[in-house]
Design a protein around this ligand. Structure first.
Ligand SMILES: [Zn+2]
Ligand SMILES: [Zn+2]
Length: 349
């Protein structure tokens, strides 16, 4: 049974009174938005029909030129109406692009939201129309930048937008932001909407940075619990206690371990210091949690003061590790940004 909420399809929108072609864009159906609020997951797409000029489309886009005049199924039939179905495209963003193609600039929005601009970028990329966006690119990018650059899901959308429109510096800023704020439940969304290989690199930075943050603590824990996987490489003795009296040292080590565990539990980083648990957090959260650790170790007596200093040092490099996170573009990506930047006028000086 069809959904009772489905609206009926709207009348044809005319971009050219003498247009020789009708585009049926989108499909009328229920949709679940991947980026909606949890409560608003069900809404409706409605297909639109656009009367357009096939020559204007072919002039604007080499992809459309091939599609309409390249001898494919979409070519003009020998008789009857010329109708092309584009069920996978979104009517609203197509309407914006067709408005530009047909010089109907009233149909081009002056203010735009991040989802709408994302949809336009997807179409512009698909049909090689990015150069048409030159008069609006800077205006639109600035609007969405100001209205939500610091939200995770918005950042994923803007990563793609800046990629298509050729805004290199903001692309790098979003990739960097995502590396520090990636939530483990979302990496699949990240890989859906990023240029090839970029999501993998962002996820890798996330993993490597968390491993770097945890490593000093792991060393301390392993040493205290008597299993030090790094001992062979760094020549450290077992435990943290510097006394040569084995009984006293062992008592000191056990106390340190117990208090360290308590401190980690308070900082939401226990149990087990397991990386799998840490990887469920963002880099920023792990760094914050680690910085909130207060090592409250009881000092057995003044002989043991040095044993605690070592542990405080384990947390001293947190800011530096996070500060050193960098997302670097490949040569191929730099070339891409030069090409896109020329099309939209956003090229780096
Ligand atoms: Zn429905
Ligand atoms: Zn000691």
């Amino acid at each position: 049974m069809p959904c009772p909420g489905l609206p009926s399809e709207p009348a044809t929108v005319v971009f050219d009174d003498d247009g020789d072609l009708v585009l049926n864009v989108g499909s009328t159906k229920c949709v679940r938005y991947p980026f909606g609020d949890a409560q608003v997951t069900h809404s409706h797409n409605v297909a639109s029909a656009f009367r357009v000029c096939s020559r204007s489309m072919a002039r604007a886009s080499p992809v459309w030129k091939r599609m309409l005049f390249g001898g494919f199924a979409e070519s003009k039939p020998p008789s009857g109406d010329w109708v092309v179905n584009l069920p996978d495209d979104l009517p609203q963003s197509m309407s914006t692009l067709l408005g530009i193609v047909h010089a109907k600039f009233d149909d081009v929005p002056q203010t735009i939201g991040v989802q709408e601009l994302f949809d336009i970028a997807v179409l512009a990329d698909k049909y090689d129309l990015t150069h048409l966006l030159k008069p609006w690119a800077r205006l639109w990018l600035d609007q969405v930048w100001e209205n939500g650059s610091k939200q995770y899901l918005s950042a994923i959308l803007q990563l793609w937008i800046t990629w298509v429109l050729g805004d290199q510096s903001r692309f790098v800023a979003f990739a960097h932001y995502l590396a520090l704020n990636m939530q483990s439940e979302y990496p699949f969304k990240l890989s859906l909407f990023t240029p090839p290989d970029v999501a993998d690199r962002i996820i890798k930075i996330h993993h490597v940075t968390i491993a770097k943050l945890l490593r000093p603590w792991e060393e301390v824990i392993f040493q205290l619990s008597g299993e030090d996987p790094y001992a062979a490489s760094n020549g450290r003795r077992r435990g943290r206690c510097s006394l040569s009296d084995n009984d006293k040292a062992s008592e000191c080590n056990m106390l340190l371990l117990r208090y360290l565990k308590r401190s980690f539990r308070k900082a939401h980083l226990y149990p087990e210091f397991a990386r799998s648990i840490m990887l469920g957090k963002t880099v920023c959260t792990v760094a914050q949690n680690l910085k909130s650790i207060i090592i409250q170790t009881p000092v057995l007596d003044s002989d043991h003061e040095g044993c605690h200093r070592l542990m405080k040092e384990a947390g001293s490099e947190i800011d530096q590790i996070v500060g050193n996170v960098k997302f670097t573009l490949t040569e191929a990506e730099l070339t891409h940004f030069r090409a896109q930047g020329l099309k939209t006028g956003l090229g780096q000086k």
